[in-house]
Design a protein around this ligand. Structure first.
Ligand code: ADP
Ligand code: MG
Length: 352
């Protein structure tokens, strides 16, 4: 496996009938260290698939450079064609050849000399499927098992980089989580350098070493899952990755605390701006004895914990609190809420 470095890469799709052109990937710079997994996170249409196709070599960038280790595969000079880039690709679904059994699917990209059967068994072990699945046809497997076979096939020829384009999005919720964990384990065991595209923030945070957030073709933030969750680049990203609520606030003279509808809160970093946007995550909203009154609008009980939707009595501000399941209040109750821990703040946008 190689490291992957994308530098200033732009891809513009030409004008269609109405004269509009699309900047699908806009000056993106990203480094994926050798043997690590980066999740590319963003809503539909933000350029995730285009970025993967550029890395794979199915598309050529209009600007910028792509390197596998020190080898330039796209940019100045002649591009390296997809087959010599040695990229493993796992699409959303339907990647397997239906008329071939699992073994033949996995062995598809392997040289026709000895050792194929051993490699197939090694790959089945890696993706945690029983070896006797080798003789099955894709239609005899569940969706999650099919995606594991697709990963086994992508990894079998020892590619430089593995690209996974929303590989779990066709699976239902429970299968999605277990398949996601199995795939992440297999990628780690193979010391794979990978890009995992997803529009699901919990998938991105839980499976990857680095999260790269795309919005309208631009890289908004790249950092560890903890960084992106704890210090999202802007309030919009805070809402996207943590279900956070934004509140207006006024900072105090020292810039280390602020006053808002939830009372006085400590800031995670000092701010020099007077007017702030505070982002409060659900796990920071706590029910207390002497807080700000709020009405309980809705309770989603999950057993070990519960999500409580609240509106503040004073101004109707909507909030979500995460509480332990047994302590959840009932709909219609009036409770007192406060903020636990330091709050992340952004300078308020200036309107003129
Ligand atoms: P995502 O995978 O994040 O949903 P895509 O990379 O598929 O987003 O698309 C990004 C943008 O580029 C979208 O606006 C899409 O309509 C446009 N786009 C993608 N592929 C093409 C293409 N071959 N021709 C023209 N526009 C395209
Ligand atoms: Mg896509």
């Amino acid at each position: 496996m190689s490291s992957l470095t994308v530098t200033g890469v732009t891809k513009v799709f030409p004008a269609r009938g109405d004269g509009s052109r699309t900047v699908a990937v806009d000056d993106v710079t990203l480094h994926v260290p050798h043997g690590s997994l980066t999740a590319v996170l963003g809503p539909s249409g933000c350029g995730k698939t285009t970025l993967l196709r550029l890395v794979a070599g199915f598309l050529a960038p209009d600007a910028g450079e792509i390197r596998f280790d020190d080898r330039v595969v796209a940019g100045a000079g002649r591009p390296v064609p997809p087959q010599t880039r040695r990229v493993g690709y796992v699409p959303q679904e339907g990647a397997l050849f239906p008329h071939l059994d699992v073994a033949a699917n996995i062995a598809f990209g392997l040289p026709r000399d000895g050792g194929r059967a051993d490699r197939v068994e090694e790959m089945l072990d890696l993706v945690e499927l029983p070896r006797d699945f080798a003789g099955r046809r894709p239609h005899e497997l569940s969706g999650g098992q099919q995606q594991r076979v697709a990963l086994a096939r992508a990894l079998a020829p020892s590619p430089s980089v593995v690209l996974l384009d929303e590989p779990f999005s066709s699976l239902d919720a429970s299968l999605r989580e277990s398949t996601g964990r199995a795939v992440a384990r297999a990628l780690r065991a193979a010391h794979a350098t990978g890009l995992l595209v997803t529009h699901d923030q919990s998938e991105a945070l839980s499976l990857s070493d680095q999260v790269a957030v795309l919005r309208a073709g631009r890289l908004i933030q790249a950092g560890s899952p903890a960084d992106v969750y704890m210090a999202p680049h802007d309030p919009e990203l805070a809402r996207f990755v943590g279900g956070a609520t934004s509140l207006p606030g006024e900072s105090d003279a020292a810039g280390t605390a602020a006053t808002c509808a939830l009372g006085r809160v400590t800031l995670s970093q000092p701010s020099s701006a007077d007017h702030l946007v505070l982002v409060v995550r659900p796990d920071q909203v706590v029910l207390v004895a002497d807080g700000v009154p709020a009405r309980v609008d809705d309770v989603s009980f999950y057993g070990h914990d519960a999500a409580v939707r609240l509106s503040l009595a004073a101004d109707g501000t909507a909030l979500v609190a995460r509480v332990t399941g047994p302590s959840a209040p009932s709909v219609g109750d009036t409770v007192q809420v406060g903020v636990a821990g330091a709050v992340h703040a952004y300078p308020a946008p200036v309107h003129d």
